[in-house]
Design a protein around this ligand. Structure first.
Ligand SMILES: C[S@@+](CC[C@H](N)C(=O)[O-])C[C@H]1O[C@@H](n2cnc3c(N)ncnc32)[C@H](O)[C@@H]1O
Length: 208
């Protein structure tokens, strides 16, 4: 089995076993997701991808944010997670796929919402590059978690180390090398939110 296939199999095994209990494990996160999505304000008619949508708990909030003219696409690699997300299929289209290989054209997405995603991407650089490919110039990527890095490390019983992918000094260059410019970064006890923008295509800001 190739490394890539083995990584995907490990992700599916890990999250497949957790799908049934996922929503019950984090019953109080809803208002935090709602606040983050309200702040991101993708806007009426926007095309939003929930990358690594899991059980789909953000999908109704994203639908409310883009309205009936918008598009919400939930993507996840783990069938058991996506099966749970099917409960929200009146709010979003669902796709069983790897975020690093999306069957989407270039530059069509306005906002990629990635909650709890980046630490689980076996190759974060390739995943970020693919998300950049499908996002239009000026479109955004939001890397979100309903608790901050320190609280998350404590929850997992580990110390926060300087090599943490989501630490700003690591994340900023990782994003920059893969098609994104970090524009906002919050790491508080009750939220992690890093927002990056897809820079305008060369010469675009001079065009009228
Ligand atoms: C920590 S869970 C977060 C789920 C959901 N976003 C939430 O906030 O509840 C991470 C999810 O990302 C999915 N995932 C991990 N790697 C992925 C990849 N390469 N492509 C698509 N989904 C992926 C997992 O299957 C899992 O459902």
């Amino acid at each position: 089995m190739s490394d890539e296939r083995a990584d995907r199999a490990r992700t599916r095994e890990f999250f497949g076993a957790r799908a049934a209990g996922w929503d019950a494990k984090f019953p109080d996160d809803g208002p935090r997701y709602a606040a983050a999505i309200a702040e991101l304000a993708p806007g009426d008619g926007a095309f939003v991808v929930d990358a690594g949508c899991g059980t789909g708990r953000a999908l109704p909030l994203l639908r409310a944010a883009v309205g009936p003219r918008g598009t919400v696409l939930g993507v996840d690699l783990t069938p058991e997670m996506l099966a749970r997300a099917a409960a929200h299929r009146d709010t979003a289209a669902l796709l069983l796929a790897d975020c690093a290989r999306l069957p989407l054209p270039d530059a069509v997405v306005d906002l990629v919402f990635g909650a709890g995603l980046i630490a689980h991407l076996p190759g974060p650089a390739a995943g970020l590059r693919e998300l950049a490919r499908v996002t239009r110039p000026g479109g955004r990527l939001a890397l979100y978690h309903p608790i901050g890095r320190a609280a998350l490390a404590a929850r997992h019983g580990r110390a926060l180390t300087p090599d943490d992918l989501r630490a700003e000094p690591n994340l900023r260059p990782l994003l920059a090398a893969n098609g994104w410019r970090l524009t906002a970064y919050t790491d508080a006890e009750d939220r992690f939110l890093a927002v990056a923008e897809r820079p305008p295509a060369a010469g675009q800001d001079r065009q009228r």
